[in-house]
Design a protein. Structure first.
Lengths: 118, 855
């Protein structure tokens, strides 16, 4: 039984949520910067549209995974900055761990290049 | 793309837009594609759908906790919505369903001097079709009976003697073969088009029927085509009961209709495309004098100036039905308004009780709009449930109406809940949602936290909405009062129509349709001899007490012809030229029907061809023209008695031609002296005889094996059916009125109960400073009386405004009948006080100490 204060209760994360958490793990970012970072990190294969992005941000704000930083982007005052909260970091870590475990299983089945059966 | 982004942003809920709109537009300046706009739009729709689903879930939970309110509201709305759906179902089937003709809106009736039946001889119609520039064709037909032999038993058919172009003008496609053509109108061609109904019943849908011959009234005719089911002649429903036709026979073009058949002849025309009725009328006004000069014989001799009028066929067809259905629709809509006011009142009271909750939600950030949406969603859920139950009620109700009162309206048998009724019900439910939910939603959204919390969340805003709820209750009373007066008037109409004396005794009297075969009974002596044999055979049936024959007995569907009368030595102004309906009857006609002989004698066997010609008149005629002393006076009937005059030998009682019609002047002639080729044998039975129809048919066959008898019907049944429409309208409006009264009383009760509860501190205070129980009771009752009187006053104004439109539905009672209005006023005042009694006594029992401690 997983209790509600265990981050594993929220796994698996949707791809979009995980990417946003990953982007914010490096530090404070505004929405536009998050979507650019996701695009760079995935080599352009994942693009977060504005609707998807801000809907997820809104939900994460409500759930207390991330928080708004009380100062705005100096270049464009309309943009607001977001940061990862400890609770959000634990969830992101738990998701990363879950994926790592899966990758290990995949390696053991020779599903990844450069690996072989022992 | 910028525009697309902006549009997509508009799809998002307002909250989301306010929160992130600036960032999104700022981001988009860094470059955004169509994919971005698409993503934003999809998100917006998803968010909105989630909000609605959430609202519905919340509303469902909150309503399922308020079981009483939900039950009362759903059943109230179900009854109101069901009544609307049922009435719309009837209207759809009776009025809105298309007439069985192509472009029926282009068809007009042609009428002479505002009379439409029996006024347009065939040659006149042919001439109109030839000369009118606005018409693409004009046609006429006449009902007649005919006997078909050679396919089983002789069969009595309803035949339409028609101008050859009747199908072209009406517009239809044959089921088999072809319709009539100009060639069929030649005297040497004997062709016939039969109905699909006859084809099925008499020929087992034989596919080779076209080309075969049938024998009608002794003449062999070739079947050239079969008319499709549902195709019938455009005859106003009120004129005759059955409008089906078995066979169409083309008339030679310049010939008159074969007989002056009491079932009547009708003329109609098709307007050219794009022509309006007004233009047709102008065209007819132009050619009428010319036609009258050119074809003087084609017009009625007693009419000096001929005016030919065109009436749209649908308007004429439904002229009586429309008023009734309009009243019914108005009544059900009023009931819907009352129901919505009631449910609105309940929701308002509920939103007051929840003002604390709403205020709190407002305080923690819910926008006013959210709270309003929540209340509206609850109203929509109630209306949806009411709609579903209402549809089921409408379906049951329509079944019941069609089953128990099939003759109440024409084309009623097809009434059902179909797609259009569903759509209508959906619309009604949406209207009900808005009507019942709008004000409570508005009121709920304006709660402010401070006043709600100050009042302990119990009666915040009470005073501001109490006035609104009182007005709603008052409006309910007014509308219900109007419906009640209307229903009482219709009930009195029904009572007046069903209890008025018909002038004859219908008990155990049966009549049979009989048309004499044309060629074999052309001569007068042949008719007289046949009728003597028929009456003789009928008298021989053991259960028959007496038998007679009449050309047009009451309730036989034959309209009054209004034959022109001459009285020697008297002259009348043209406008007041005497007319009367004539009937040729055999001896014992009056005793068979129980019509009292007032003076003189009945017809006897001595009144035969060759003896002195005589007549019997009814009392109305005797009084009008002879001051009652009619015996021995003489009169002539144009077209019947020729130049000679007949001597009046008797005066009989007045007879109503059909229920709900006034007594008319009537002249009776001995059948032996003036035999008609159409009429009804009538028998009076000693005791009930279920096989009388067969025995009559056997008796007529014994008198002439080649002569078919039509249907035999009972006077008692026909009189009851004739009252169907009045019974249906009285019943319908009574049910609606009771429903409206019940809903209005529930409204009064709710207003008082809630107001007593909310004002308990005030009442407690009053009693603490010396008010007695009686004073408090009186306060509540006075408020109720005020509501009731205001409502009744408004309702009375409504009744007065609607009285003229309503008058056409009434019979024997004035639209402002004091008895009905007084009864309704008494009923409403009494019921209003009764509905307020319980809350009033609760107010009187308030314990001042308890009420004030709640502070």
């Amino acid at each position: 039984m997983i209790s509600a204060d265990d981050p594993r209760a929220f796994l698996p994360l949707s791809a979009g949520s995980f990417h946003i958490l990953l982007a914010l793990a490096q530090g404070e970012r505004h929405g536009y910067s998050i979507s650019k970072e996701v695009e760079t990190a995935t080599g352009g294969s994942v693009r977060l549209g504005p609707g998807t992005l801000y809907r997820l941000i809104k939900q994460m704000l409500v759930d207390g995974w991330i928080a708004e930083v009380p100062r705005t982007d100096p270049e464009d005052p309309r943009r607001r900055l977001y940061k990862l909260l400890p609770w959000g970091r634990r969830i992101a870590a738990a998701e990363a761990q879950r994926l790592a475990d899966l990758v290990r299983v995949a390696q053991s089945r020779a599903l990844l290049p450069g690996t072989a059966l022992p | 793309v910028t525009i697309l982004m902006r549009l997509a942003l508009l799809l998002c809920p307002r909250e989301f837009r306010a929160e992130y709109g600036e960032q999104i537009s700022s981001d988009a300046e860094g470059g955004a594609g169509v994919a971005c706009a698409f993503d934003l739009a999809r998100t917006g729709l998803t968010l909105r759908a989630e909000a609605v689903t959430g609202d519905i879930a919340i509303a469902f939970r909150s309503l399922s906790k308020a079981k009483l309110l939900t039950a009362v509201s759903v059943s109230t709305l179900a009854l109101a919505i069901g009544a609307n759906a049922a009435v719309f179902g009837i209207i759809r089937s009776v009025v809105l369903a298309p007439l069985p003709y192509n472009d029926a809106s282009q068809l007009v009736f042609l009428c002479q001097n505002s009379e439409c039946a029996n006024q347009m001889p065939n040659p006149t119609v042919g001439a109109i079709g030839l000369h009118a520039r606005t018409l693409s064709g004009a046609a006429a037909f006449q009902w007649a009976g005919a006997t078909m032999i050679g396919h089983g038993l002789p069969r009595a058919l309803q035949v339409a003697w028609s101008s050859w172009n009747v199908f072209q003008v009406l517009g239809a496609t044959p089921r088999l073969g072809r319709f009539l053509t100009r060639a069929d109108a030649s005297v040497n061609v004997a062709s016939v088009v039969i109905s699909e109904r006859l084809w099925r019943k008499a020929f087992d849908s034989d596919p080779t029927i076209v080309g075969r011959s049938i024998v009608l009234d002794g003449r062999s005719r070739q079947v050239v085509g079969v008319a499709p089911d549902g195709f019938t002649m455009p005859v106003p429903y009120s004129e005759i009961g059955t409008t089906y036709v078995d066979a169409w026979i083309a008339m030679p073009e310049k010939t008159f209709f074969p007989t002056r058949n009491p079932l009547g002849s009708w003329a109609f025309a098709r307007m050219k495309p794009g022509v309006a009725v007004g233009e047709v009328q102008a065209d007819l006004d132009r050619i009428a004098p010319e036609l009258q000069r050119t074809y003087p014989a084609s017009f009625l001799s007693n009419v000096k100036t001929v005016r030919i009028s065109a009436y749209p066929i649908a308007k004429w067809f439904f002229r009586e039905v429309n008023v009734l259905l309009a009243i019914a629709l108005a009544a059900v809509l009023l009931v819907l308004v009352i129901a919505c006011a009631n449910v609105g009142n309940l929701l308002l009271a509920r939103s007051l009780a929840r003002s604390g909750e709403f205020a709190l939600r407002g305080a923690i950030g819910a926008r006013a709009g959210r709270v309003a949406t929540q209340v509206l969603t609850e109203a929509a859920l109630l209306a949806a449930a009411g709609g579903v139950v209402g549809l089921a009620l409408a379906w049951l109700g329509l079944r019941a109406i069609v089953h128990f009162m099939p003759y109440a309206l024409p084309r009623l048998e097809d009434a059902d809940v179909d797609a259009r009724v569903l759509l209508f019900t959906l619309g009604i439910a949406v209207i009900a949602t808005l009507a019942a939910g709008a004000f409570p939603a508005f009121a709920a959204s304006r709660r402010d936290l401070a006043s709600a919390l100050r009042a302990g969340g119990r009666d915040a805003g009470e005073s501001s909405t109490r006035a609104v709820r009182s007005i709603l209750a008052s409006v309910e009373i007014g509308l219900a009062f109007a419906v009640m007066v209307a229903s009482l008037l219709l009930v009195r109409t029904f009572i007046a129509a069903s209890s008025e004396p018909q002038g004859y005794d219908p008990i155990r009297v049966h009549a049979t349709e009989l048309s004499l075969s044309g060629t074999r009974y052309r001569s007068m002596p042949a008719r007289v001899s046949l009728m003597q044999r028929v009456v003789g055979q009928l008298s021989g049936i053991p259960s028959v007490q007496s038998a007679a024959f009449s050309r047009n007995p009451p309730d036989s569907g034959s309209g009054a012809d209004g034959d022109a009368i001459r009285i020697p030595g008297r002259t009348f102004p043209t406008a007041a030229a005497p007319t009367a309906d004539y009937a040729s009857v055999t001896p014992r006609y009056f005793s068979t029907l129980g019509i009292p002989l007032l003076r003189g004698r009945e017809f006897g066997d001595r009144d035969r061809s060759g003896s002195a010609v005589v007549a019997i008149v009814n009392q109305a005629f005797a009084l009008r023209y002879f001051g009652g002393a009619a015996i021995g006076q003489r009169l002539g009937i144009d077209g019947i008695s020729g130049p000679e005059t007949v001597s009046i030998v008797g005066v009989v009682g007045d007879v109503r031609p059909f229920p709900g019609s006034p007594m008319e002047d009537k002249i009776y002639l001995p059948y032996a002296q003036y035999p008609s080729d159409y009429g009804l044998p009538i028998v009076k039975l000693r005791s009930d005889d279920p096989a009388i129809g067969k025995e009559v048919a056997r008796a007529i066959a014994a008198a002439d094996p080649l002569q078919a008898a039509g249907a035999t019907w009972s006077y008692e049944a026909v009189l009851a059916n004739g009252l169907d429409r009045r019974r249906a309208s009285a019943l319908l409006l009574s049910l609606l009125a009771l429903l409206a009264l019940g809903l209005a009383l529930a409204g009064i009760y709710a207003v008082n109960a809630l107001s007593v509860e909310a004002r308990s501190r005030e009442f407690g205070l009053r009693m603490a400073v010396g008010a007695r129980e009686r004073d408090v009771t009186r306060m509540v009752l006075r408020h109720t009386l005020l509501l009731a009187v205001a409502g009744i006053g408004g309702g009375a104004i409504l009744v007065a405004c609607a009285s003229r439109a309503f008058e056409t539905l009434l019979y024997g009672v004035s639209p402002l009948d004091p008895f009905s209005i007084a009864l309704a006023v008494t009923l409403f005042l009494g019921c209003a006080i009764a509905a307020a009694a319980a809350p009033a006594s609760r107010a009187a029992r308030i314990n001042p100490a308890v009420a004030l401690r709640a502070e």
